[in-house]
Design a protein around this ligand. Structure first.
Ligand SMILES: Cc1cc2nc3c(=O)[nH]c(=O)nc-3n(C[C@H](O)[C@H](O)[C@H](O)COP(=O)(O)OP(=O)(O)OC[C@H]3O[C@@H](n4cnc5c(N)ncnc54)[C@H](O)[C@@H]3O)c2cc1C
Length: 395
């Protein structure tokens, strides 16, 4: 008989009710990507979602370099090279931005072979799912990532909110001003040199898979920050200043060519010993940008490796499942910064070298790289805003 490898923990006896290697709660894009890759690894998977197969209606945008090579090229519905940031001046970000074709993505993330149960699971049931490893991919907050009505949320949850409209390229041309896309235009909507006491928001203008452009006014993070009606009014002003008729926003909204974004920026603490979280629920959530999906795609195979080891040896998969502390601190600082210091901060971001910008944008950047990016950004602030940022970070 072969001796057991002493460096490896003994596999716990499998309880009789355990029928799958892995159970995944949540079949949003991140949960589906995870299930897909677990199946490709030869693991048996139970997936649980109250609405499996429901179309993903949220825009899924991010950086092309984060997309894994196994994903077919047709999932990329639109791209923009060197999108710009506008603050004190205009700065191109030397990366390619991509927006996914959600239907092609769903086809690429084939779940054939998984057992899919149509139901929701609460925290208590999650741990009892009959699998050796359980993963929580239920999104930023179970059941609510795409809801339009924020009134039921606890008042102190920081939110990213946005309101956007879809318009034809010729309509959007004056807003783009020759750029392929605008990642953030932080200039005040009324053309004033400063935001004064008004909470700042930015314009996001990107090409969409259907050939139109999404023009969206966004509050990066607020408690609660401007609501959707306020954002819509700001978008109206901003587009009007670029020469678009004031009716552009209302006409698009009347055609339902509108997007309402509401993303909780913090996560409830994971109960001690609770299941690994993945996607918007886990370490892939970037508290500085609110985005998570491209980081989830980039991380998925590392998570599958760790899950395969845990299925084999027992224990918890050894991968991080919450955003780094530094990013959480950066979010707290953003929430406290004055409007004009926020504008200065993003102007400094635009002036960073490309590798430092990338460390801030990439949820998977190593902490030293992230710290280097944030520190360089700090050193490029005017003295008054540097003091403001120090205060916002430390008090
Ligand atoms: C309008 C909008 C635009 C966005 N744009 C972007 C973007 O451009 N780029 C980006 O990266 N992110 C964007 N986001 C954030 C985006 O939602 C997430 O990045 C992405 O959807 C996260 O995927 P996920 O699978 O982790 O979570 P989710 O998409 O939230 O999926 C969670 C899944 O869990 C299921 N579920 C919920 N409760 C339970 C339960 N109790 N039991 C079992 N299953 C449950 C849900 O039905 C859902 O299928 C946007 C969000 C919105 C609302």
């Amino acid at each position: 008989m072969a001796a057991r490898d002493a460096s490896r923990p003994a596999r716990e006896a499998t309880p009789p009710h355990v029928r799958w290697d892995v159970a995944v709660a949540g079949l949003g894009p991140a949960g589906a990507a995870l299930v897909h890759r677990l199946l490709r690894r030869g693991l048996s998977v139970l997936a649980v979602d109250p609405r499996p197969g429901a179309p993903w209606r949220q825009t899924l945008g991010g950086w092309t370099r984060q997309l894994p090579s196994w994903l077919p090229a047709d999932v990329v519905g639109a791209t923009a090279s060197d999108p710009v940031i506008r603050a004190g001046a205009t700065y191109p970000i030397p990366q390619q931005y991509a927006v996914l074709d959600n239907a092609a993505l769903a086809r690429a993330l084939d779940l054939g072979g998984a057992v899919v149960e149509t139901r929701g699971v609460g925290d208590a049931e999650l741990a009892d799912l009959p699998a050796r490893v359980v993963i929580d991919a239920r999104g930023s907050r179970p059941g609510d990532s795409h809801r339009r009505d924020d009134r039921a949320r606890p008042a102190r949850v920081p939110l990213q909110r946005a309101f956007g409209v879809l318009v034809d390229p010729e309509v959007a041309a004056p807003v783009l001003g020759g750029a392929s896309a605008v990642l953030m235009d932080w200039r005040p909507v009324d053309g004033a040199p400063s935001w004064g006491a008004t909470p700042p928001t930015f314009l996001y203008a990107i090409p969409m898979p259907d050939g139109r452009l999404l023009l969206e006014e966004t509050c990066l993070a607020g408690v609660p920050g401007p609501d959707h009606a306020d954002l819509r009014e700001r978008l109206r002003h901003r587009l009007n200043r670029s020469g678009l008729p004031a009716s552009t926003v209302d006409e698009a909204a009347a055609r339902s060519d509108a997007e309402y974004v509401s993303i909780p920026m913090v996560r409830a603490p994971r109960p001690r010993g609770g299941p690994l979280r993945f996607g918007a629920a886990g370490a892939q959530h970037n508290p500085i940008t609110g985005y998570s999906f491209f980081a989830s795609l980039r991380a998925v195979d590392d998570v599958v490796d760790a899950v395969a080891v845990a299925v084999r040896d027992g224990g918890r998969p050894r991968v991080p499942d919450r955003p780094p502390v530094v990013r959480q601190a950066a979010l707290r600082a953003l929430l406290r910064l004055s409007p004009d210091d926020t504008l200065a901060l993003f102007d400094a971001f635009g002036r960073l070298p490309a590798d430092r910008q990338w460390a801030v944008l990439d949820a998977r950047a190593a902490t030293p790289d992230l710290l280097a990016g944030l520190t360089t950004q700090f050193t490029r602030l005017p003295p008054r805003s540097a003091v403001g940022l120090l205060r916002a970070t430390t008090f």
